[in-house]
Design a protein around this ligand. Sequence first.
Ligand SMILES: [Zn+2]
Length: 100
Amino acid sequence: MFSDIPPMAWVILALGLAWLALRAWQKRQAEARAEARELRMAELMAEREKMAHEPPPSSIGAVVSDSKVPVEEPKEKRCLGCRTVNPASSTTCAGCGLEL
Ligand SMILES: [Zn+2]
């Protein structure tokens, strides 16, 4: 009874099976890609969530460096005229009376 089937029918059948196999393979590939994309999106969302709760590292560095930098406050003023060292709070030189 198989001999009744023309060779062309076998070719068509084989092509049909090959097409079905290809479709199944492509579907699996697409599913794998979608899964990988979803995983990536979940990772990105988790990272964004973390970033929202924690201040960015750059601002932490800025705060730390700000606290480390000593505030420059002169403890004394040297008179330009007579070189007498006066306290920073004074407005005039104790030695010559020049305005500091
Ligand atoms: Zn002076």
